[in-house]
Design a protein around this ligand. Structure first.
Ligand code: ZN
Length: 213
């Protein structure tokens, strides 16, 4: 992609893949200096350690199923044309246990896919969901502008880390979270359903067994 600004021609790298995954807050604060227009938000306590675990698991499963993935930290350059994109987070709340899992997106056309995510993750996740786009950050996430995702682009918050019960469940199910995310994204781009039983034998996507804490 070429952007012409006055007489200066800037070549902006365009990357393509079936899926883009970004681990929220990963690489900060070191990356903040290079991306001064991004909020240098370091996330809820423990969030920066967990988003890469969930993303890496989802990337592993997707690639094992022959799906091409671009994996990024919180801040990254370039522009992207992908089938689906997800920016992975956990929430924090000033008053513990007043939040839950949630989904964000910038286009109304992504609402149906967001509902499918809630239905899928909700088979396992026992603490419910906040309304879609319940914070400005969910609707106006900085990275949406860089990524064109034909089948949907989402901020996914897996739960509230400041709530002890949610934190405990999330800690015990980080791999499941990545596996369910991979299954959702594969379905979204028409490459599902994935067989996940080899990776998460207790958490087949068509069974609730073992999903409760
Ligand atoms: Zn976050």
């Amino acid at each position: 992609m070429i952007a012409v600004i006055g007489t200066t021609v800037l070549a902006v790298q365009l990357y393509r893949a079936e899926v883009l995954l970004s681990a929220g807050h990963e690489g900060r604060p070191a990356s903040c200096r290079r991306f001064p227009k991004h909020p240098c938000n370091l996330g809820a306590a423990g969030e920066r350690a967990w988003t890469p675990i969930v993303v890496d698991e989802a990337v592993r499963v997707l690639r094992a199923n022959g799906i091409s993935v671009i994996r990024r930290p919180a801040d990254f350059a370039g522009r992207y044309a992908v089938g689906a994109a997800a920016f992975i987070h956990f929430d924090g709340a000033d008053k513990p246990c007043t939040s839950a899992a949630s989904v964000g997106y910038s286009q109304a056309s992504d609402a149906a896919a967001a509902a499918r995510w809630r239905a899928l993750y909700g088979r396992y996740w026992p603490f419910g969901f906040m309304p879609d786009n319940f914070t400005p950050g969910l609707r106006h996430y900085y990275a949406y502008r860089q990524v064109h995702a034909a089948e949907g682009s989402f901020v996914i918050e897996f739960g509230e880390l400041t709530c002890p019960a949610q934190h405990a469940w999330l800690a015990a199910h980080l791999r499941l979270e990545g596996d369910v995310l991979a299954a959702f994204l594969a379905e979204l781009i028409g490459k599902g359903p994935l067989r996940l039983s080899a990776n998460s034998p207790r958490y087949g996507l068509h069974s609730r067994s073992g999903a409760r804490p």
